[in-house]
Design a protein around this ligand. Structure first.
Ligand SMILES: NC(=O)C1=CN([C@@H]2O[C@H](COP(=O)(O)OP(=O)(O)OC[C@H]3O[C@@H](n4cnc5c(N)ncnc54)[C@H](O)[C@@H]3O)[C@@H](O)[C@H]2O)C=CC1
Ligand SMILES: O=C(O)[C@@H]1CCC=N1
Length: 266
């Protein structure tokens, strides 16, 4: 459990998911957590759990040692410029989960010498199942350990070079949406071949979970597992090949590169 005060600046989709994950994991107690948003009325779920929700970013930053910034990338400079004096490099660390905001930008925002972390989680952080890629600058060893511990409670972490952060955003954070769209298509197909939506949803989601677990637990390449399913002249290979004829892998690869170029080229 954390003995440090944590402020989440920007309690939107991701900021709120992080707060929920921190509480569910027991890493943070409600009294140690503050979440900010301009309109705090929509944070009633967190309020009910005992989390402090305020619109005063400056007070939240001053009162915390761990500052997680989950604002939109386009308004972070404007929002945090007003509260720059609240950052204290001697006792705080700034963790940004924002897309495309570099460590250099973050140092400019919070002041030179500020320990800075870029972390790229995904929305499964709310249920402690995030994939979180992390890089650090100027962060003392014990704070690196603290930050890693924190995200380890919220899923799986990997430390990467900052130059891979945009790629991590696409594969890990956008990846949740790609996976969900894959599941949705399975549900649509499942209904067409006879299932009601609820049953199709369960079968599609549990099947994807099982496929992912085979790779994670057994550390295998997907094709090794696919070979076990594709009976010669069988229905699996017939369906898979038709999917490839229709551009299945190609469309995913193209989508991933379009998402990536959207971040790096705008
Ligand atoms: N949603 C996702 O799956 C992921 C998002 N990200 C990044 O996280 C950041 C947040 O994304 P979302 O949560 O999706 O966006 P969001 O729009 O849901 O959250 C941003 C929040 O900041 C609040 N806000 C705006 N001005 C504020 C101010 N002056 N003071 C306090 N709060 C203020 C907004 O009301 C909003 O709730 C973005 O930079 C995004 O790139 C990163 C990984 C995954
Ligand atoms: O779509 C976006 O811009 C953000 C970044 C990663 C997930 N959502």
């Amino acid at each position: 459990m954390s003995s440090k005060k944590i402020a989440i600046i920007g309690g939107g989709n991701l900021g709120s998911a992080i707060a929920q994950g921190l509480l569910k994991s027991g890493f943070a107690q409600p009294a140690d957590l503050t979440v900010t948003k301009r309109n705090i009325a929509s944070l009633s779920e967190l309020q009910a759990l005992g989390v402090q929700t305020i619109s005063d970013n400056e007070a939240a930053i001053r009162g915390a040692e761990i500052i997680v910034v989950a604002l939109k990338p386009y308004n972070v400079k404007e929002v945090l410029a007003k509260v720059k004096s609240a950052f204290d490099p001697k006792r705080q660390v700034l963790i940004s989960v924002m897309t495309g905001v570099s460590i250099d930008d973050l140092e400019e925002i919070a002041g030179a010498g500020m320990p800075v972390v870029r972390a790229m989680p995904n929305t499964a952080i709310a249920i402690q199942e995030s994939m979180t890629c992390i890089c650090y600058k100027n962060v003392p060893e014990q704070l690196v350990t603290f930050v890693k511990d924190m995200f380890d409670q919220l899923g799986v972490t990997v430390s990467i070079d900052e130059k891979l952060m945009d790629a991590a955003t696409v594969l890990g954070a956008c990846g949740i949406a790609y996976a969900l769209r894959f599941i949705r298509a399975n549900i649509q197909g499942g209904i067409e071949i006879g299932f009601d939506v609820k049953t199709a949803n369960l079968i599609a989601a549990q099947t994807v979970k099982g496929a992912a677990e085979l790779l994670i637990r057994e550390k295998r390449h997907p094709e090794e597992e696919i070979d076990k399913v594709t009976t010669p002249k069988g229905c699996t290979i017939a369906g898979l090949n038709e999917m490839e004829h229709q551009g299945f892998s190609s469309s995913l690869i193209k989508g991933i590169t379009v998402s990536y170029n959207k971040i790096v080229k705008g």
